[in-house]
Design a protein around this ligand. Structure first.
Ligand SMILES: Cc1cc2nc3c(=O)[nH]c(=O)nc-3n(C[C@H](O)[C@H](O)[C@H](O)COP(=O)(O)OP(=O)(O)OC[C@H]3O[C@@H](n4cnc5c(N)ncnc54)[C@H](O)[C@@H]3O)c2cc1C
Ligand SMILES: NC(=O)c1ccc[n+]([C@@H]2O[C@H](COP(=O)([O-])OP(=O)(O)OC[C@H]3O[C@@H](n4cnc5c(N)ncnc54)[C@H](OP(=O)(O)O)[C@@H]3O)[C@@H](O)[C@H]2O)c1
Length: 555
């Protein structure tokens, strides 16, 4: 007998789906939640229904009458704070359901790099619809190790990145489909990239700057991609060939050794991460060494730090600790992590730059023990990719970061450094649609004479009245550091007046320190100018967040 789902839950599963009424009810509710169908139900197309059914049969086929997500935990948690160390987050999450403890292990930024929000990624792992435990870039190895440990609590733990790949499939350690299948259309998710052509890059800092930040443009014409302001752009980078060559020398392997039908050197350049050294590499080294060297390799593999330098070990530095080893090239590649894409906030609007996307990219370069280390994606975009190159890319839809639907609503944008990127896009968009809402940008960087990104453009938009106010903060021009939040405090009364007029507040840039400090400043401003206690001001800002009036794009 077929029983209809509860009236409040839209029926998403086809009537023919082989589930009990309870299973059907739960699954309909679950997918309605995931697909955000509460407001305005859109039935799945026959194709989507078929794909969903296939997915359920393949992985989630053992539909559970009492769903994993039905554990009564509302997710309200003090550990959802990217500035807390992982160990503290795990402590605060003790006693929570497994999926919540997994979530506590995530970088907590909802940055979208894994292709999910932190919550959806943890749910997907807990439900065993996502096998990859190494997708959280901000969390790095620490998150991976914690997830691996937590995954032992699953009845049948998913494969980890430590699992050897099938022969001939070493390049990318693929996984089961995510709980919500990634869009299969090319360029709409990290699992299905498209290609776009690098058009041009220009340096945003003037000579003499201590920073190296580039404005980078891509032509999207061939990719058929579009985006809205607030979205991010994913780039599949390539490693520095010189680093790949140094790794080849360290393991004394021939560059043309065939790996899955491709030369080893190519695989090292475009398929595997050469930093940081994964636990599995040390495990492999422990198999092919003996005595003290084996003990040391085992210690590194277990996450210990026998030499006090574990944090600095990329793949080459790890190999240099064990000179003379000759791992089998195929086993070596299998021990490495896949090379992950990197996200960049989109700094353009299709309305003013049709067929193009612009990014604002800070180049990561630093030295460890006299060897220059290069951020793989930022230096790929700054140095190694050439205009005309076709690069694998995708558009990452924003998770709750975008302009208000009503163009009359005022917006306050706080974006020091590369944090200005999405706000350039917002301003272009609002200029193009002649939005009547007021726009206030807080920008800051090290020194005005060298690091004033898009200065002429911002001045032009101010002149035109698109940019109502531009507030600047130069951290290294004076005796003391002066940051955007210091400027916010100075103009707190006006800021409060904008808030009282319904302004939306946006923050973009550094997650670890800036975002937290800016939020603190806003709380102080609300308390001082809104005549509230600190606790009331905290609740006020929390309410802004809940209402989507305080949005962050931080990394
Ligand atoms: C949603 C989102 C939007 C983003 N938008 C932008 C943007 O608009 N512009 C932008 O520039 N970036 C942006 N990023 C960050 C970007 O994705 C990359 O993380 C960044 O470019 C670094 O990547 P990389 O591959 O060059 O460096 P990686 O190879 O990933 O190396 C970076 C790592 O190197 C290490 N490191 C860096 N500096 C040092 C140091 N001085 N000493 C020791 N170790 C160090 C750190 O472990 C760091 O994690 C965004 C990220 C997200 C998630
Ligand atoms: N993990 C880190 O320690 C760290 C630090 C900085 C940047 N980053 C990362 O580096 C990447 C690119 O950075 P970016 O080029 O956008 O610029 P940035 O290095 O973030 O600097 C932009 C401006 O923000 C200032 N700043 C530093 N700390 C701040 C704080 N607590 N509150 C407000 N402003 C602060 C900087 O000042 P000063 O530099 O003069 O202090 C500078 O004027 C980002 O991914 C960012 O997350 C990481």
């Amino acid at each position: 007998m077929t029983v209809s789902p509860r009236p409040s839950i839209p029926s998403i599963l086809p009537e023919s789906a082989p589930f009990t009424p309870e299973q059907r009810d739960w699954l309909n509710g679950f997918f309605a939640g995931l697909l955000s169908l509460e407001d305005g139900v859109t039935m799945l197309s026959p194709e989507d229904s078929a794909a969903l059914m296939e997915n359920l049969r393949a992985g989630g086929g053992q539909a559970q009458p009492k769903g994993l997500l039905d554990d009564g935990d509302d997710g309200e948690a003090p550990w959802h704070d990217q500035t807390l160390p992982l160990v503290d987050r795990m402590q605060l999450a003790q006693g929570r359901p497994l999926r919540r403890r997994m979530m506590a292990a995530m970088g907590q930024q909802d940055c979208g790099q894994c292709g999910y929000t932190c919550e959806n990624y943890s749910n997907a792992i807990a439900e065993r619809s996502e096998e990859r435990l190494n997708l959280c870039v901000p969390g790095g190895k620490e998150t991976f190790r914690t997830l691996k440990k937590l995954a032992e609590e699953l009845a049948a733990p998913p494969a980890t990145s430590a699992a050897p790949a099938a022969a001939g499939a070493v390049v990318v350690k693929t996984a089961a489909q995510p709980a919500v299948a990634a869009p299969a259309e090319p360029g709409r998710s990290r699992d299905h990239p498209a290609t776009a052509t690098l058009l041009a890059r220009s340096r945003l800092n003037k000579p003499g700057s201590l920073k190296e930040t580039w404005h980078i443009e891509f032509d999207l014409a061939d990719s058929g991609l579009d985006y809205v302001v607030g979205d991010s752009f994913g780039i599949f980078p390539r490693n520095d060939p010189a680093l790949a060559d140094a790794v080849l020398r360290a393991i004394a392997a021939p560059a043309d050794f065939p790996i899955g039908g491709r030369p080893l050197r190519e695989v090292l350049i475009d398929a595997v991460s050469l930093a940081p050294a994964p636990d599995m590499l040390f495990q492999l080294i422990s198999y092919i060494t003996g005595g003290e060297r084996r003990q040391k390799a085992k210690a590194f593999a277990a996450g210990e730090d026998p030499d006090g330098d574990a944090e600095t070990l990329d793949v080459l530095a790890a190999l240099e600790k064990f000179p003379g080893i000759r791992p089998d090239p195929e086993a070596f590649v299998e021990a490495l992590d896949p090379l992950q894409p990197r996200l960049y906030s989109i700094a353009s609007s299709l309305k003013t730059s049709p067929g193009r996307v612009a990014l604002t990219v800070d180049t990561v370069r630093y030295a460890v023990n006299a060897r220059r280390r290069l951020g793989v994606a930022s230096t790929y975009l700054a140095d190694r990719a050439a205009p005309g190159d076709r690069i694998r890319v995708y558009v990452q839809k924003a998770h709750g970061f975008g302009l208000p639907a009503d163009p009359a609503v005022p917006v306050i944008m706080i974006g020091p450094g590369t944090g200005v990127a999405p706000f350039r896009a917002f301003l272009h968009e609002r200029m193009a649609i002649k939005a009547p809402g007021r726009n206030w940008l807080f920008f800051g960087h090290q020194r005005r004479d060298y690091d004033f990104f898009y200065e002429d453009e911002l001045a032009g938009m101010k002149h035109m009245g698109v940019l109502t106010r531009l507030a600047l903060a130069w951290s290294r021009d004076g005796e003391e550091k002066f940051y955007v939040q210091d400027r916010m405090r100075e103009v707190g009364r006006d800021l409060w007046a904008w808030l009282a007029d319904g302004a939306h507040v946006y923050v973009c840039g550094d997650a670890k320190r800036m975002a937290k400090d800016v939020e603190r400043a806003l709380v102080d401003i609300v308390a001082q100018h809104g005549a509230r206690s600190i606790d009331e001001a905290i609740a006020f800002v929390a309410d802004l967040k809940r209402k989507g009036r305080y949005q962050q794009d931080v990394y």
